[in-house]
Design a protein around this ligand. Structure first.
Ligand code: C5P
Length: 220
């Protein structure tokens, strides 16, 4: 079983994906990690973010193991890490180089401890359209930029990361703009995706609705 959850930053994809993978005992692939890894590696190697050749080389050499190693760096999940990921993810060659690694996971999904899983939940921007167009169930989760910025802002404060709401909102809007307008794999719902707006639905409500869709699929 392959389930994809796409949508803009801070719409609630990660929470939903983690809840679904736990409930059904499926592996989880947060595909934003591949772009965060490339963005962070560019920063660590003192490369200019506009250097597409460097970003491509880093992408071609990225392994699943190194990505998880980089994820331990505090900058991986910071606002800077998100911004850098968003910039490198707009490079078509970078996306192409990172596609196989994401697709391979569906052939052989594993949990963090290496145990094989019977299914996988992907979360990202293009997992239902480009990474796994063959997915069994596809969701697209969205919410207004203001609601998403408010959530991100509170998340930063909870993690002890200093943040300013207006800056977070500007960043959310800039990332939306880049994700929606890039030439390769722009963020859009797959034609067969079920769309949820979490500005008006709580995460438990979305989880319940999503489980109804998954159960329906499994029963047929
Ligand atoms: O989801 P997350 O915030 O970790 O993603 C970081 C950045 O990576 C996003 O802003 C987006 O630009 C990019 N991304 C993407 N395609 C994906 C997942 C993430 O372009 N499938």
């Amino acid at each position: 079983m392959i389930i994809t959850i796409d949508g803009p930053a801070a719409a609630g994809k990660g929470t939903l994906a983690a809840s679904i993978s736990k409930k059904y005992n499926y592996a989880y692939f947060d595909t934003g990690m591949v772009y965060r890894a490339v963005g962070l590696e560019m920063h660590l190697q003192n490369k200019d973010l506009s250097d597409q050749a460097a970003a491509l080389q880093i992408s071609q050499n990225l392994t699943f193991e190194h990505m998880h190693e980089l994820a331990k760096n505090p900058d991986f999940r910071s606002a800077l890490g998100g911004k850098n990921a968003s910039i490198v993810s707009a490079y078509p060659e970078v996306r192409k180089a990172l596609l196989k690694m994401q697709q391979d996971f569906a052939q052989n999904p594993v949990f963090a401890d290496g145990r094989p899983a019977k299914g996988v939940v992907y979360d990202g921007r293009d997992t239902g359209t480009v990474v796994c167009p063959q997915a069994d169930v596809k969701f697209f989760i969205t919410a207004s930029p203001e609601v998403r910025a408010e959530r991100r802002y509170k998340e930063f404060l909870q993690k002890g990361i200093s943040a300013n709401y207006e800056d977070v909102l500007a960043d959310v809007k800039a990332r939306d703009e880049r994700d929606a307008n890039r030439a390769t794999a722009p963020m859009k719902p797959a034609a067969d995706a079920v769309i949820f707006d979490t500005s008006t639905l709580t995460i438990p409500e979305v989880l319940q609705k999503a489980c109804e869709v998954i159960d329906e699929k499994q029963n047929h």
